[in-house]
Design a protein around this ligand. Structure first.
Ligand code: NDP
Ligand code: 8X3
Length: 255
């Protein structure tokens, strides 16, 4: 690891799990590269967190490959040695049946959760390898990668991609000291459902009603743990669910 405070690069740091990671890694003394599309939120974050640790912010839409290339190329010297990448930016859009879905929503999920994640990863791999043993890629997967549910169609499929990509990537980079983790949460209270329901606050609120979901801070704690383990320890997959969440038994369609 580099001698100065290690650097964590977080995508989607403006809300939910990414935001909680920013705060948790700052508390642990890491230097932060914070990215997301909402510039005002990035500014607020920088104002708050640069009192604690070095912070670099960059407006970034991960689904735009040129944007990714530009942001990585423009990293200031202090933030060049990326020790941990948290590929957190992601979204679901819609929860209706596949046959009624908007194709544009499907494309945006693929562009963000799949193409965006691999683009950021590819651009940062040389820096992670250069950072030496213990460097870590943490990809935000989901229990939706293996748990089918009505309306899960493309979202779950993108997270299945994230899981397998994480495993395959590890095969290539582990000889260079880089660890890869698929960090797969279940129900976590964030803006995720509001985004999925396209701003319908009532539906979003009712999803969490009467339940005790995970909080973004619960997942941030796990991300810090994964990144801070001794370099020879690689948690390959870490699935975390709130106790209130259950798997469903297969359903039988009857006449
Ligand atoms: P939020 O909606 O609260 O946060 C999502 C973050 O992703 C925001 O910071 C948003 O920032 C960013 N983002 C979305 N699209 C883009 C884009 N094109 N480019 C850059 N940033 C983008 O949701 P969560 O914190 O819950 O979700 C974080 C990750 O965790 C996602 O990958 C999600 O799939 C996964 N996850 C969430 C679960 C949950 O129940 N909440 C469970 C399992 C996994 P901005 O809009 O500023 O760009
Ligand atoms: C989000 C979890 O169960 O809502 O990744 O699909 S779920």
């Amino acid at each position: 690891m580099h001698e100065a405070a290690p650097v964590v690069f977080i995508t989607g740091a403006t809300s939910g799990i990414g935001l909680a990671c920013a705060h948790r890694f700052a508390q642990a003394g890491w230097a932060l590269v914070l990215t997301g599309r909402r510039q005002a939120r990035l500014e607020d974050l920088r104002t708050t967190l640069e009192k604690q640790v070095p912070v670099h912010t960059a407006q970034l839409d991960v689904s735009d490959p040129q944007d990714v290339a530009k942001v990585v190329a423009a990293l200031p010297e202090r933030f060049q040695h990326v020790h941990t990448l948290i590929n957190n930016a992601g979204l679901a859009l819609g929860k209706g049946p596949a046959q009624n879905a908007e194709l544009d929503d499907w494309f945006r999920m693929i562009d963000t959760n799949v193409k965006g994640l691999v683009t950021v990863t590819r651009h940062l791999l040389p820096k992670l390898i250069d950072s030496g043993p213990g460097s870590t890629v943490i990809n935000l997967g989901s229990i939706a990668a293996h748990t089918p549910y009505p309306g899960g169609h493309i979202y779950g499929a993108t997270k299945a991609f994230v899981k397998q990509f994480s495993y395959n990537l590890r095969c290539d980079v582990s000889p260079h000291g880089v660890r890869v983790t698929d960090l797969a949460p279940g129900m976590t209270a964030s803006e995720f459902t509001l985004v999925r329901m396209k701003g319908d606050q009532q539906v979003a609120d009712s999803y969490y009603e009467g339940a005790e979901p995970l909080q973004p801070e619960d997942i941030a704690e796990q991300a810090l743990h994964v990144a801070s383990l001794p370099p020879h320890v690689n948690i390959t997959c870490l699935e975390v669910m709130p106790l209130c969440q259950q798997w469903s038994a297969p359903t039988i369609l009857r006449d």
